[in-house]
Design a binder for this molecule. Structure first.
Ligand code: UPG
Length: 374
């Protein structure tokens, strides 16, 4: 496989498709990987990011410069905040945006509990501003980045899109849930809206080139980046939160999905939106397979040749026992499936980590507003 990775079977040009896509949160982990896939599928991308949790420098986004290297295509980038509505308005004035893929959001569960207003303001108000600007510019096509967290503690497994939502124990998850409810109301009130909400399971891995990956600017607590830090020797031990769950090996089970598979789910969603009026549709993006903490550690050690010292501790507050997707709706309606194994998730993440042990290299130390760098 070359630098361009692989396609998951979408035939370029087979369906009518949008030309210019606005990607909010485009410099972030999932956003930057998705931009790769959008560019490789012939879209033009205008990306915005406020660098709340992504690396930025005087020249814009190091991640998006790498995306340009991978794809050989240009990304128009604005450092912009969705809370600054006039700025968002200006961007829509400058570009004929046909569709928005909206990633920009704060996502740390613990932080959301300590600072709920910050989360409601950023995630919910940011979404409202975006929707208003979209409407005033006649743009009604949206792919929204939602999460399996909207399901709360599963009542049954695997989780289908029909599973009840709303019984969520953290503020971050509630912002995703509230936005989905808003989008429902909007699609009922005004049939011009054409929206797909994608409920992600646990995104991990990195682009196979090793040029882009996860480099949060905030303290992170997710399993794979933490495990990689331990493997690099930057952290002494991986704390496993709970080995007394009702799972085969006692550790928590999740549906880990390679970030490039997740990215191709967005391209598939755009293809559906560009050819159909769906109102509002919701799809799970997961592999359909549950993997425990212990299993993920074992695969990571095996494929990277590293050793991860473990320390078992009590369950983490608010963690659920097990969660995995029924992804059959996305398969039948979006024509999308995952193609990357847990081994590839670990190998690709490790390649990114070892090629970039300190994450993205900034061109300059300070950040200034960069408008319309292309
Ligand atoms: O140092 C660590 C970190 C995690 N875990 C365990 O690993 C699993 C995965 O944890 P993590 O990577 O933090 O993901 P989740 O807690 O499943 O949360 C992710 O998935 C949620 C559902 O989409 C999103 O809401 C969150 O933003 C996203 O971080 C869980 O069983 C954790 O208890 C450990 O044992 N040790």
């Amino acid at each position: 496989m070359g630098i361009h990775g692989r396609s998951n079977g979408h035939t370029e040009g087979a369906m009518p498709r949008f030309k210019t896509i606005l990607v909010t949160g485009g410099a972030g982990y999932i956003g930057s990987h998705c931009v790769v896939d959008l560019l490789q599928n012939g879209h033009e991308v205008v990306a915005i990011d406020n660098f709340a949790n992504a690396v930025g420098d005087d020249d814009g986004s190091p991640a998006l410069r790498k995306v340009e290297e991978i794809t050989g295509k240009k990304v128009t980038f604005y450092r912009a905040d969705l809370l600054d509505k006039p700025q968002i308005n200006d961007i829509f004035d400058k570009h004929s945006v046909e569709c928005v893929v909206h990633f920009a959001a704060l996502k740390a569960v613990g932080e959301s509990m300590a600072q709920p207003l910050l989360y409601y303001q950023n995630n919910v108000l940011g979404m409202l501003n975006l929707l208003e600007v979209m409407r005033s510019h006649g743009c009604f096509q949206l792919v929204f980045s939602s999460s399996c967290t909207v399901y709360g503690e599963p009542e049954r497994l695997p989780i289908t899109e029909e599973h009840p939502t709303g019984k969520i124990t953290n503020v971050y998850g509630r912002t995703k849930y509230f936005i989905e409810e808003m989008l429902k109301d909007l699609s009922v009130a005004d049939e011009r809206w054409n929206i797909i909400s994608l409920r992600y399971f646990n995104p991990v891995g990195a682009h196979p080139s090793g040029l882009i990956g996860e480099d949060p600017t905030k303290e992170f607590t997710n399993l794979m980046p933490f495990m990689a830090q331990v493997a690099l020797g930057k952290k002494p031990v991986l704390t496993v939160f709970g080995n007394d769950y009702n799972t085969p090996d006692g550790t928590g089970v999740r549906d880990y999905i390679h970030v490039m598979d997740l990215a191709s789910g967005h391209v598939a969603a755009l293809n559906l939106l560009s050819a159909n009026h769906v109102g509002l549709k919701v799809y799970n993006l997961g592999t359909g397979k549950g993997v425990s903490v212990k299993q993920l550690v074992d695969v990571f050690e095996r494929v990277t040749g590293t050793r991860i010292p473990l320390q078992y501790e009590a369950r983490r507050l608010g963690d659920i026992t097990a969660m995995w997707a029924d992804a059959s709706l996305a398969r039948t309606e979006l024509g999308w499936t995952t193609t990357r194994s847990v081994e590839e998730m670990c190998t690709d993440f490790w390649r990114w980590q070892t090629m970039n042990p300190d994450g993205y290299v900034k061109k300059n130390k300070t950040s200034v507003i960069v408008n319309g760098k292309s």
